[in-house]
Design a protein around this ligand. Structure first.
Ligand code: PLP
Length: 391
């Protein structure tokens, strides 16, 4: 297995800005020990494993407190961001059925920058996803308002969206949601466990969580900036009443009915235990330190790429920064960086480079910038027909 891993990206050397959230060796040890300790236990059986049930409850409470949840708010753990989003759509749909009498022909209104998990949910539940163009890389509440009709069951905003790393104007979306009586989901998969600490560290972030009255549900991934092992996310609801639309009550079958909080039956005890261990190990102070490092890494990269002549998209405040260049083709640069061992994302609209920083990147930012400067120097100016990047 070590041999097989030799061709993998050298993420411990900071060489990837996607897939991995590296908070250092200590956190890695903690989550692995916790995962191993509960690797056989099953979240499907809270009666058999009250330990897992308790850990799940406490992780959810930790997240709710971070997101300004009101008294009576509720949540659950899921296996990942996509799972959380699918369950949020399921809950919103069942809410619309029960409370608004809506049946077929339903739709969701989302900015172009929202994650494809909403499309997946739409495919599974036969719900149309109406993608609305962004304005200055942000959700445009005015155009989204125009896309709403009586069969709209959900509005979406991201905090932040993955492509640009920018927090959508959730307050404007919240007003819209309230005015039109539509469920607003805030996708904070990549920001839910980052933004609250960045704010505590002094940044002036716009409101994006339950502090905004129109927000019904929020997804936040523990396995991203929560630094938990993969397979851990959270989905929160403003009230127990809204959360009641999330679980499945399936059957009958010979064992009676099957009640599960998510689509899954068996749920990995290890992922829940690792999330509990990391959130308790770091605590608020630990997260503030880690997230300070993330912001510093992003600021370093931001300053560095501006120096190299790139334009940063919007005004990033969290861990993601995307940047474009007037002359160089960013996707060609991406390919050249890949040849130097860097794995990061590229955007097609507009053609831009995308980096998502971890605490460990504070130490590697200079190396990234040096390599970027080198590939920029060797890349010919963009021609009318840009080369395609396959990967
Ligand atoms: C990562 C991400 C998701 C999906 O999460 P997975 O854990 O990869 O399924 C959804 N929304 C945003 C904004 C994300 O960054």
């Amino acid at each position: 297995m070590r041999k097989m891993a030799e061709a993998d990206v050298k993420w411990r050397d900071g060489k990837t800005t996607m897939y991995i959230f590296n908070a250092g060796e200590e956190v890695e040890r903690v989550k692995k020990a916790a995962y191993a300790m509960f690797s056989e236990e099953n979240g499907l059986g809270p009666g058999a494993f009250p330990s897992i049930a308790q850990m799940e409850r406490e992780v959810v409470e930790f997240g709710l407190a971070l997101l300004n949840a009101p008294e009576g708010a509720a949540g659950a753990m899921t296996s990942g961001g996509t799972d959380s989003i699918v369950m949020a759509v399921k809950a919103a749909r069942d809410f619309a059925r029960a409370r608004r009498g809506l049946t077929a022909g339903l739709n969701i209104v989302a900015p172009y920058s929202a994650h494809p998990a909403f499309d997946k949910a739409g495919m599974m539940m036969d719900i149309e996803v109406r993608r609305v163009a962004v304005k200055d890389y942000l959700a445009d509440a005015e155009s989204m308002a125009a896309a709403i009709d009586p069969k709209t069951i959900m509005l979406v905003g991201s905090a932040p969206c993955f492509p640009y790393g920018l927090i959508d104007p959730i307050e404007a979306l919240g007003e819209l949601a309230r005015a039109r009586g539509v469920w607003l989901h805030v996708d904070a998969c990549v920001g839910g466990y980052l933004a609250p600490f960045v704010r505590m560290n002094g940044a002036d972030l716009p409101h994006f969580d339950f502090a905004v009255p129109g927000v019904s549900s929020i997804s936040g991934d523990l396995h991203k900036y929560g630094y938990a092992s993969k397979g851990a996310s959270t989905l929160f609801f403003r009230s127990e009443e809204l959360k009641a639309f999330m679980p499945f009550d399936a059957g009958p079958w010979p064992l009676g009915r099957m009640h599960t909080p998510t689509l899954a039956g068996t749920r990995p005890g290890g992922a829940i235990a690792a999330a509990w261990a990391v959130t308790n190990f770091l605590g608020v102070d630990g997260y503030r330190d880690k997230q300070r490092a993330v912001v510093e890494a992003r600021e370093k990269i931001e300053a560095g790429v501006r120096n190299l002549g790139f334009h940063v998209l919007g005004r990033p405040q969290l861990g993601i920064v995307s940047f474009m260049h007037d002359e160089a083709d960013c996707l060609a640069l991406l390919g050249k960086m890949y040849q130097r061992g860097w794995v990061s994302a590229g955007l097609l609209e507009p053609r831009a480079l995308h980096v998502m920083l971890s605490p460990a990147h504070r130490e590697f930012a200079d190396k990234y910038l040096a390599d970027l400067a080198a590939v920029l120097a060797e890349t010919a100016p963009q021609t009318t027909k840009a080369p395609t990047y396959a990967g």
